[in-house]
Write a protein of this length. Structure first.
Length: 212
């Protein structure tokens, strides 16, 4: 498919169209200007007015959008731009549909579909993220399924003691809180130990090498 000239032209058109479509909204946010003039009585206006009042988070969204747009415009980084663009436009598509943004919901869904196409187009460049593995696994620690959970359980005891000393939360019974934090630390430590046991390490190995 990537060798087909018509699909190549369609993909280039899609990249440029999505990138250009993100530039104007991103600049509005970066300059911290209101996105709409709708009143709070309108669900769309209420959402965007609240988003505008979040301060630098509003600008952060704008920077994220313009970053995705710029990455899409350069063939060398287009695959990264597609990966960044997809979750942003998917969130916008769900938002515009849920608040009843008349007409816009259809445009954003089409943009989301186009972003899916761009990610699929970059399959061969992105497949190492999913299909490639590392040649080794982390070296097991001695009694790791006992030592690691106990370590985090002790962390729960220490945390409960500190909470009691500073009066954090103004709890009535810090002994119960300590027991809960200890149990949570034990469970969390077990999760960490299991994750470490199966964590890939070492050099990357391609799927074809694993079959040899």
């Amino acid at each position: 498919m990537t060798g087909n000239r018509w699909l190549q032209l369609f993909t280039v058109f899609t990249r440029c169209l999505l990138a250009v479509g993100f530039i104007q909204p991103s600049i509005t946010k970066i300059l911290h200007r209101p996105f709409t003039i709708l009143p709070d009585s309108n669900p769309v206006g209420h959402y965007f007015n609240a988003l505008y009042d979040t301060g630098f988070y509003y600008e952060f969204i704008g920077w994220s959008q313009i970053t995705a747009a710029v990455l899409l415009l350069f063939p060398r980084t287009a695959h990264i731009g597609a990966l960044l663009f997809l979750p942003i436009i998917a969130n916008i598509a769900v938002l515009t549909t849920s608040v009843g943004f008349v007409g816009t919901w259809l445009v954003t869904i089409l943009m989301c579909s186009a972003a899916l196409w761009l990610v699929a187009w970059e399959y061969d460049r992105l497949k190492p993220i999913i299909f490639y593995d590392r040649a080794e696994r982390a070296k097991p620690l001695r009694m790791q399924f006992l030592v690691v959970p106990l370590f985090f359980a002790m962390g729960g005891v220490v945390m409960a003691f500190l909470w009691w000393k500073i009066g954090l939360g103004n709890f009535r019974n810090y002994v119960q809180i300590g027991g809960l934090l200890t149990l949570l630390g034990l469970v969390f430590g077990l999760i960490v130990a299991v994750h470490y046991r199966f964590m890939p390490t070492g050099d990357l190995v391609q799927p074809t090498d694993q079959l040899k």
